[in-house]
Each structure stands twice: as C-alpha cells, then as structure tokens.
Design a protein around this ligand. Structure first.
Ligand code: PEP
Ligand code: MG
Length: 577
C-alpha cells in the first residue's frame, strides 16, 4: 500500500530508490532478513545475550564495595531496564513478526523506549534514556560475541535504482559521502531546513526531506521510496502509476536545469546595468568542480570545518595549505573566501568527543572554539597565509560568529602572530589579505561600527542570524515552523547591515541560505545587496532573477516593505516585488 508522509523540504528535486534503513550513529547495526527456520535461533541469541548481561551486571554489583552505593544503584537500574518487557521481550516479538536479526530488533525497540523517556516531563526520568542506550549497547556487545548465523542480505536491486537513506537523524559528516556511495536522497525523523546536514544535502544536490517524525519506523528495508524534495513529500511503496508520474516530473526538472544552463556564461547584470557578483559556498576542495561548472564569480564561503570532520587526525598545516592552494589554483582570477574553522553546535570533530552542553549553538563554537584552541587556529592561519601566494590578492579570510570587539581584536592578533612566524621563517605570503567577519549574531548586526572599524569586508550568515534572533534551533524540527526569514526583525537587521556596511565602504555579501533562494533575490537586491554567495547548484536560478530585476524600482518598493510589521502584508509585498 502506498503511504504518503509530509515533512520539511530541505533539498530540491525528485529522488527514487530503495530504502536503506540506518540506525543511530552510535548503535550502527545492519538490518538482516532471517530465514523462517532461523527465527527461533535468533530469539534465543537475543535472550542469551540478555542473560549474559544480567550475569555481568550481577558481577559488577558483587564486586562493588559497600561505599560504592552509586554503582549498586546504577546496576539495579540497568537490571530493571534489561528486564523491562518493553525492551528485550518486545524485541523478541519483533524478530518473529518481522523476521529480522536480533541487533536490529533491539535497536528498533530501544528507539521507541528512548522516545517515551524523551517525552517525560520529569527531567530526571528524561535523562534515563541514556541508561536505556547503555543497556542496549551492553546487549549488542554480548550479541557480537556470538557471531550471527544470518547471511548478509544480497542487494542486487540497489545497483539499478540506487538507495534512499532512511534515518532517525544524520550528522553533516554522515551525508558528506552520500554522493560517492550511490545514495540518491535521504529522509529523517528529525532535523531543520538550515541544519548543516540539510546544507550538505543541497550542496550535493541530493533531494532530502527531514522532520518526518516516524519515517524510520514506517519504512522497511528495500521499500521503494520517492522523495519530492521541493514539496517535502515522501511516498513509500508507490504504485506503478505514481512512480511513472514522478519519473516524468524528474525528467521535467532535468529539462528545466538544462535550460538554465544556457545562462552559465551570461553576465549577472540587472536591467538597470548593476553588476551583481554571484559566488559559491563550498564545503570541500573537490566542490570547485561545481563552482566552475556554473562559472561562479569565485568562492564567497569555504566552510573549512568539513575538511576536519570524519577523520581520526586533524589535517596538518601542509595538508590544509595544499587544499587551499588547490581551490585558488582551480579558480584563477577569482576571489576565494576561506572561513576559519566553525566547529561546534551540529558540527563536531571525531578527534574530540562532543561536549555535553545544554545549548551547543550558544556554546564554544566557531571563533570561540578557535580562540580556545590557539595552536589549532595558528596552524590554520599559517596554512591560509602560505596558500595566498598562489593567487596574490585573491584569498580572503573570514571569521565566523563574532560578537565582541575583543574577539575581532584577538582574531586579528592571531593572524599577525601567524604572519610574524612566517616572516621569521622566510616564508612568503600575501601581505594584504583582506580579513572579514560573519554577521550572524544579532549583537553584531546592531553594533556594526565595531566591525567596520576593524575589518575589510562583511558577510551576513542568515542561517545563524535567524536562529539567534528568533531563538530557535535551526536543526530542531519541533520549532522549524518558527524559522522565518521574513520576520520583520530579520529583514531589518539584514537591510541595516547592508546599508551601514556599504556606507562604511566595505563590501557586504550574504552567504546564508537566503542568498541561494530565488524567492528572496529581488528583496535582497532592493536592500542594496550586490554580492551573493550560495551553493553552486543555485547560482543559475538566482541569476535568472537578477537578469529580470531593476534595482532602482526594487529599492523604492523594499523601503516600503521594511516598514511593514504584519507577516501577511510582508508576504504580499514580497510577491509584488
Ligand atoms: C550562516 O550562518 O548563515 C552561514 C553561512 O554559516 P553556517 O551555515 O555554516 O553556520
Ligand atoms: Mg553560521
């Protein structure tokens, strides 16, 4: 039976493929189909593993001294959870019903139980979900000690259609390799439109829908799934007629994309002759291929943190320098804006365990992290400076998440320290590298003088500016409906920044997702924006908007729009731009 679910559309396009169910990153287990004759053995395997853990827990308790009453209490709690019929006993039922392997059944069941704990009002009980996970991890370890007799599933069919990843949640580092792994798209239970996972999906041009709530429990391995990443619709097990309709729509989209390609070499100029720079956002050096494909005016944002993720050791100075050089070399004559590490919040390094912070987006992130890790910062700055000689005058350094004057001063001092070291070592670098700051915290947008006095360019990060102004986590689907780029406060902060920055003689760009959404192109032009930076896949669509715009007409209309407070009136005015 076909099944339709609606979620948050985060990356356009249609993808069709076989469901590939992925478990919690921590408890990565394969889904296997058990032959009917092995089902009983699989149930016994799980029961044996649980018994083994029960025995282990008893041993821990017995070895605990009288003074270790906490150990005793925790063992009691874990034993209680292990014996809860909702966990192992229900997982055994699942093995029989779905003919799946024990590991899979257990993790499925664990996720249901975890969800119940998450919904509890009492914060102590809510935190007990971590204990459930620990118990399950113990059982999984015990299971691995008894190798499974289940043969791995053949996946011949996947070669022909490709697969669609179905997960509860995915991290940006999970998604970055999807393209090379023949993954056509992904769908998740949680997540928001401007989470970094969604940004990676867009930059890879992989259709994706997030915030589907129960897709992980609804879809089954190898179900055919259609993702309509433009409308936020996911269809599980479609019939032939629906499949045909979506195949047709996918070809139409491809045709539209082909038509847009004709604009590749057209200069991005408005009807009244204003030249507008359209630059690209990249995550990895290899992304320059798509930057060249659309003939972008350089790189407006290189999110270097992606080079640091998914690896056991951090890239050293030479490796980083080589990567930055390669980007500059690939784009001769074009500016390349390299942002210093923006680690933290939903992006973390494998080399350090994620800090448990109640509000990671408000924690040690981006420049705060770099200033707290001076050696790591210095290494990156030295690598950037050394790379600048490939194309003198083209490399620009961008600092994320600045709010305070002292953070700007400390960043500039770090750059000076790196320069002094290189001079001493006789290593050449471009002496006049422009240093810019991201305007993505409301405090920065409201006190722009601090920035214009100290820096050479500004780049507005609308993703974080919206998150921090409206106090909503950009990665949390529960508040996704409150993420509104058209909130009057957001519009005023952006317009104010463009105006004040331009008046101070600094180039101002927007590199957040708003810059790549053609629905906002005319609005931003009317605010006076002349530098846009977006994922390369969006450049031609935005160019199409630029070509049919007259900035003088737009400026007058946008002035009026900025005075409006009522959301409906703002949307109406936007449509009439
Ligand atoms: C932004 O915040 O708008 C931005 C461009 O930076 P990131 O999305 O990497 O936080
Ligand atoms: Mg940001």
């Amino acid at each position: 039976m076909p099944f339709v679910i609606h979620g948050q559309p985060v990356s356009n396009g249609i993808a069709i493929g076989y469901a590939h169910l992925v478990s919690h990153a921590l408890l990565e287990v394969n889904h296997l189909v058990v032959a009917p004759r092995h089902v009983d053995a699989e149930v016994v395997r799980l029961e044996d593993a649980a018994a083994k853990v029960r025995f282990e827990l008893r041993a821990v308790k017995e070895s605990a001294t009288a003074a270790q009453s906490e150990v005793s209490a925790f063992v009691d709690l874990h034993t209680l959870l292990l014996d809860d019929p909702l966990l192992v006993a229900t997982a055994c039922k699942l093995i029989r019903e779905r003919r799946c392997n024990a590991e899979w059944a257990l993790v499925q069941q664990m996720e249901l139980v975890v969800e119940q704990f998450e919904a509890m009002e009492d914060s102590y009980l809510r935190e007990r979900k971590a204990d459930v996970i620990q118990v399950v991890e113990r059982v999984l370890k015990a299971l691995l000690g008894h190798p499974s007799s289940v043969a791995p599933k053949q996946s011949k069919t996947k070669d022909e259609l490709g697969s669609i990843v179905v997960a509860h949640d995915l991290s940006p580092s999970d998604t970055i390799n999807f393209k090379s792994n023949k993954i056509n798209g992904f769908v998740t239970d949680v997540g928001g439109v401007t989470s970094h996972t969604a940004i990676v999906a867009r930059s890879l041009a992989i259709p994706a829908v997030v915030g589907l709530r129960h897709i992980r429990h609804t879809a089954r391995e190898d179900d055919i799934i259609i993702i309509d990443g433009t409308r936020g619709v996911v269809i599980i097990d479609p019939d032939e007629r629906v499949l045909e309709e979506y195949r047709l729509r996918r070809s139409e989209l491809e045709l539209e994309r082909t038509k847009l390609k004709r604009l590749t070499t057209t200069q991005s100029r408005t009807l009244d002759g204003q030249v507008v720079s359209l630059q690209a956002n990249i995550e990895l050096p290899r992304d320059v291929a798509s930057v060249k494909e659309v003939d972008a005016d350089g790189v407006g944002l290189f999110r270097t943190e992606f080079m640091f993720m998914n690896r056991e050791t951090l890239p050293n100075e030479d490796e980083q320098c080589e990567a930055y050089r390669n980007v500059l070399k690939a784009l001769p004559g074009h500016p390349v804006t390299i942002r210093t590490l923006d680690i933290g919040a939903d992006k973390y390094l494998d080399t350090s365990s994620p800090r448990s912070s109640t509000n990671p987006a408000l924690g040690l992130r981006a420049i705060r992290y770099c200033l707290a890790e001076p050696q790591m910062f210095l290494t990156q700055l030295r690598a950037m400076l050394r790379a600048s000689m490939v194309n003198p005058g083209k490399l620009r350094i961008l600092i994320p998440m600045l709010a305070h004057a002292h953070e700007i001063d400390a960043s500039l001092r770090a750059i000076e320290d790196a320069k002094a070291q290189l001079r001493e070592e006789g290593i050449k670098f471009d002496e006049n590298i422009p240093v810019g700051g991201m305007i993505e915290i409301p405090a920065a947008a409201m006190c722009l003088g601090i920035f214009t006095k100290r820096l050479q360019f500004l780049s507005i990060g609308t993703n974080d500016l919206i998150q921090y102004t409206l106090a909503i986590d950009r990665a949390d689907e529960a508040v996704a409906h409150l993420y509104d780029p058209l909130h009057p406060a957001i519009l005023r902060l952006i317009a104010q920044t463009i105006q004040a920055g331009t008046k101070a003689g600094l180039p101002v760009s927007v590199c957040g997702e708003m810059a790549g959404d053609p629905a906002y192109s005319r609005l931003l032009l009317g605010m006076g924006l002349r530098n846009f930076s977006m994922h390369p896949s969006k450049i031609l669509e935005v160019k199409q908007e630029i070509l049919r715009s007259d900035t003088e007409v737009l400026a007058a209309k946008v002035q009026k729009l900025l005075k409006l407070d009522e959301p409906d009136k703002i949307r109406e005015a936007l449509e009439k731009l």
